[in-house]
Design a binder for this molecule. Structure first.
Ligand SMILES: Cc1ncc(COP(=O)(O)O)c(C=O)c1O
Length: 419
């Protein structure tokens, strides 16, 4: 088969040493991983996984609804709830910023559920939570798993409608909400940090629209988990949502959150957090939960240890945010078009068509930097890009080496092509 510019390839990593990986004969600084906090090769996290495997075995061999829900899974669900509601912090009395934990605005019971991965958690949320006549308002740049979940939901709900609003354009969202039917349920569905742009949604704006249009919200916190918000608990924590009071109605939250352990939390596995009655509906109906084997104990324990170190070591999220902001400002100075919010853990360098992006990624690889080209259908044909996700454990020198690599490559660019 002949290879085309769009053909995807599996590249074998033969060795990993800290933030460097070996691919073929070459050692590369890895800007292609979402191991944002550098916990995936932290000995304490590795040890937690080893101990859990020794105690619980390597696999549960069963769906959580049969024998696959162990005390370890239960403890993890409680840990996530504690994190997302701010109560995990109550033991430490003060946060790194010296502020006291924000009180929960209600006594609403918040619960969590674990899934094999973030993708399946999103499929579950979309196929279970939406009512048969729901009206869904989704950001155009939402992750593929939300898009696929909506497609599945729609396939069994002929009366459901889905409208996409312009990326992070809350005026456009309001225009669609205004046109909608006030007698039918409304759901806003959005990523909190967008995976290919490094942009963040704004809880305050979403909350105001939720209040005005009596909507519900489902948020995918995959890239915010561990990095953004108080204690790294995400942008939509149940503790800090007092900043967006519209997200609450009569002491009850109008939002639910999906996330993953596969990025900052150094493991694999998905989670859903929300009001107890939604969690109960998921247990009864979510096919990705019912018909799939529960998470293996090593992965659960690794993610649980990662949450512990995320809370205890705020320098990790502060450093990754600083690296991201440095890359933004220095690359912009070099003349590159960067996009994303500087406090997000990732950014994109937009270069044009798919060939320009692939050539840039290849040229960076030549000088020791692994940063993937992102091409259609993931992004629009003229918005192809190279995506950079730094890691907290990268040194300032390593970040400088990324900047030097871009400077070297930019000297070789003629008419948008690397020569
Ligand atoms: C925004 C977003 N949501 C969901 C997922 C899926 O998470 P997981 O890798 O755990 O399936 C990803 C990861 O690729 C993502 O970027």
């Amino acid at each position: 088969m002949t290879s085309t510019a769009f053909q995807r390839q599996l590249r074998e990593v033969t060795e990993i040493a800290g933030n460097h990986v070996r691919v073929g004969e070459r050692w590369l600084l890895n800007l292609a991983s979402n191991n944002y906090l550098g916990l995936a090769n932290d000995p304490r996290v590795e040890q937690a996984a080893i101990q859990a495997i020794q105690r619980w075995g390597t696999g549960t061999g069963s769906s959580p609804l049969l024998s696959g829900f162990t005390s370890l899974h239960q403890e993890m669900a409680r840990t996530i709830c504690g994190w997302k509601t701010g109560s995990a912090r109550l033991n430490t009395a003060e946060t790194h910023s010296g502020s006291k934990p924000a009180p929960l605005p209600s006594t609403a019971e918040i619960r969590a559920l674990l899934f094999p991965c973030g993708y399946s958690a999103n499929l579950a949320a979309m196929t279970v939570l939406l009512e048969p006549n729901a009206q869904v308002f989704a950001d155009r740049k939402n992750h593929a798993s939300l898009v696929d979940g909506l497609r599945m939901a729609k396939s069994e709900r002929p009366e459901m409608s889905t409208r996409y609003f312009r990326h992070r354009d809350f005026a456009d969202l309001e225009r669609l909400l205004e046109q909608s039917d006030s007698h039918r349920p409304r759901w806003i569905v959005t990523d909190s940090v967008f995976s290919m742009d490094g942009t963040c949604t704004r809880p305050g704006d979403i909350g105001a629209l939720v209040e005005r249009y009596n909507a519900n919200v489902l948020i995918d916190e995959a890239h915010a988990t561990g990095v953004m918000g108080s204690d790294g608990a995400g942008l939509f924590s149940y503790a800090s949502s007092t900043n967006a009071p519209g997200l609450w109605s009569q002491g009850r939250p109008k939002f639910a959150v999906v996330g993953t352990f596969s990025k900052a939390l150094a493991s694999i596995g998905g989670f859903f957090v929300g009001p107890a009655e939604l969690v109960e509906r998921m247990i009864q109906k979510a096919r990705p939960l019912i018909y799939s084997t529960s998470l293996n104990p090593g992965s659960v324990a690794a993610a649980m240890a990662a949450i512990q170190w995320t809370i205890a070591e705020p320098w990790r999220r502060e450093t990754v945010q600083r690296h991201s902001a440095t890359l933004h400002s220095e690359l912009t100075q070099q003349g590159w078009k960067t996009i994303g919010d500087p406090d997000a853990p990732l950014l994109a360098v937009v270069v044009g068509d798919h060939l320009a992006a692939q050539q840039l990624a290849d040229a960076l690889m030549e000088v020791g930097i692994w940063a993937p080209a992102i091409r259609p259908p993931t992004v629009k044909p003229q918005e192809c890009r190279v995506r950079l996700s730094p890691t907290a454990t990268m040194t300032p020198d390593e970040i400088q080496s990324v900047l030097s690599a871009f400077a070297t490559v930019s000297k070789k660019i003629r008419n948008g092509r690397v020569t």
